[in-house]
Design a protein around this ligand. Structure first.
Ligand SMILES: [Zn+2]
Length: 427
C-alpha cells in the first residue's frame, strides 16, 4: 500500500494533543458545558493535570505565586536563559476547549518529543500556563501574565467577584499568599523570548486554506462611549424637518464607522456593540441615545488616526443634526507588535513544514500583551473552524493541531537567540 503523508505516525503529536484537550476540557464547573475560572477547585484540578504532564515530559514543574503552572526543561547546561512558550488555561463561561489550552498542551507535547529523543538545546525551554487571561471572575484580564511580567497591579486584590469574595481572599482560600505575588515575576535577562501558539479565533486562515499563520502584532484597542441628546417628541405631530432625533443621528454615526473601517485596507476594525435609546417607545421620537465604539488596528498610529477621524465625523453629524454630543474614551491599550526576528524564525519553520508563511495580525488580546514588557514576543495562529471562539462550537481539526505542533517544535529546535533586547542599548 502506498505510504500516505498524513498517516497515523505522521500525526502522533496531533493525536496526543486532541486527547489531552478533551481530558482537560472535562475539568469544568458544570458538566454540560466548559467553564474553568481563576482560583476555583477546577483551576486546581487543571493545574495538577498540567503539572503532571510537564513532569512526564521531563520538566521540573511548579505552581507559582499567582497560580500559573510553570515547567522548565534544562538546556545542555543547567541554569541557562530560556525560550518561554505558553498560553492560558482559564476559560470564559460556556467556552470552547481550544482557546488557551491548545498553546499549553502543544508546548508540552513539543518538549515531551525533545525529551523522548534525549535532545538538549543550547538554552532552556520553559512553559507557562497562565492562570487567568480572560478575567471572568474579577473583571481584570491578563492577571497571570502580568504577575510574570512584574506588572501585576496590587490594587486589583481588593476587587470582588459576584459572590462578594475578594481576590485577596480567593488567593488565600486557594493556598496562595497575596503578599507574595511579586515572587512570580521574572527578570528579562532570564528570557530569550516568549512564543505563544493560539487558535486564530477568526476566519482568515480558513478562508486562505492554511492551517497556521504568523502573527505580526496583537492589535491595541480604543473603546469610546457616545451619547447623543436631541429632543423627544410625539411621533405623529412633530414634522420631519423640525426633529432632533437622537437615534436617527446614532444610526448615521454607526453607518459612518462601518463605512470608514470597511474601506480601510490596513486591518482597521470598528464595532458598535451596544446601543440604547430613550425613552424607547414606538410612538416617541428618541430623545437620547447611548452607544459604544470599539476600534482596533495593527499599529497604534493607525488606530489613533482612525479614532480621531471617526470622532471628527461623529461631531460633524451631531452638529448638522443639532444633537448634543458627549464622547469619552473609556479604555485604551496599546498594540503589542511581534518581534520581527521571532516572526522570521516562525515563518522559516512554517515554510519548512511545507506551508505558506502567511502573516496576519491578532484582533483579540493575548498574554503576549503583558509579556512584551519583559521579552520579545512571537505568536503562531492555528486555524479554527468558522473562526468561532468563546463558544462550545470552537473546533480545531486534528491535522491542524498537528501542523501547529510541528511548526512550534521545529521553531524551538532551530531557535537562535537574539540578544538585542537583553543587552543594554549603547549610550
Ligand atoms: Zn485565549
Amino acid at each position: 500500500m502506498a505510504h500516505n503523508g498524513s498517516s497515523d505516525a505522521g500525526t502522533a503529536l496531533g493525536h496526543q494533543i486532541v486527547r489531552r484537550i478533551d481530558e482537560l476540557a472535562a475539568i469544568s464547573e458544570t458538566p454540560e458545558n466548559l467553564t474553568r475560572i481563576f482560583l476555583t477547585s477546577q483551576h486546581r484540578a487543571a493545574a495538577d493535570l498540567l503539572l503532571s504532564w510537564m513532569r512526564e515530559a521531563g520538566m521540573a514543574a511548579h505552581l507559582d505565586a499567582i497560580g500559573n503552572v510553570c515547567g522548565r526543561y534544562e538546556g545542555d547546561k543547567a541554569g541557562l536563559p530560556c525560550l518561554m512558550l505558553g498560553s492560558h488555561y482559564d476559560t470564559v463561561r460556556d467556552a470552547g476547549k481550544w482557546d488557551g489550552p491548545l498553546g499549553v498542551i502543544t508546548a508540552i507535547a513539543c518538549v515531551a518529543d525533545l525529551n523522548r529523543r534525549g535532545k538538549r538545546l543550547p538554552f532552556a525551554v520553559e512553559i507557562t500556563g497562565f492562570a487567568d487571561e480572560e478575567g471572568v471572575r474579577f473583571a481584570s484580564t491578563l492577571l497571570g501574565s502580568r504577575a510574570v511580567a512584574g506588572t501585576f497591579d496590587e490594587s486589583v486584590l481588593g476587587g470582588r467577584d459576584k459572590a462578594g469574595i475578594s481576590m485577596r481572599e480567593a488567593l488565600v482560600q486557594f493556598g496562595l499568599d497575596p503578599q507574595h505575588i511579586g515572587a512570580a515575576a521574572r527578570a528579562p535577562r532570564q528570557l530569550l523570548g516568549y512564543v505563544e501558539l493560539h487558535i486564530e479565533q477568526g476566519p482568515v486562515l480558513e478562508q486562505k486554506g492554511l492551517p497556521v499563520g504568523v502573527v505580526t502584532a496583537i492589535a491595541g484597542a480604543t473603546r469610546l462611549a457616545a451619547r447623543l441628546t436631541g429632543m423627544a417628541g410625539h411621533a405623529g405631530t412633530v414634522p420631519m424637518a423640525m426633529r432632533r432625533d437622537a437615534l436617527a443621528g446614532a444610526a448615521e454615526c454607526i453607518s459612518t464607522i462601518e463605512e470608514f473601517c470597511r474601506t480601510d485596507e490596513a486591518g482597521l476594525v470598528g464595532t458598535v456593540g451596544y446601543i440604547s435609546a430613550a425613552p424607547g417607545a414606538t410612538n416617541v421620537i428618541p430623545g437620547q441615545v447611548s452607544f459604544t465604539i470599539d476600534m482596533r488596528a495593527p499599529t497604534d498610529m493607525h488606530r489613533r488616526h482612525a479614532v480621531a477621524e471617526i470622532v471628527r465625523r461623529i461631531e460633524a453629524t451631531a452638529k448638522r443634526r443639532s444633537l448634543e454630543l458627549q464622547l469619552d474614551i473609556t479604555h485604551e491599550n496599546r498594540t503589542a507588535p511581534c518581534a520581527l526576528w521571532l516572526q522570521a524564525q516562525i515563518a522559516e519553520a512554517v515554510k519548512a513544514e511545507g506551508y505558506e508563511a502567511f502573516e496576519l495580525s491578532s484582533g483579540a488580546g493575548h498574554d503576549g500583551m503583558a509579556m512584551i514588557d519583559i521579552a520579545d514576543v512571537g505568536m503562531i495562529f492555528v486555524r479554527c473552524r468558522g473562526g468561532i471562539s468563546h463558544h462550545p462550537d470552537e473546533h480545531v481539526e486534528l491535522a491542524d493541531a498537528d501542523a501547529g505542533a510541528r511548526v512550534l517544535l521545529r521553531m524551538v529546535e532551530n531557535f537562535r537567540p537574539h540578544l538585542g533586547k537583553a543587552e543594554p542599548s549603547p549610550p
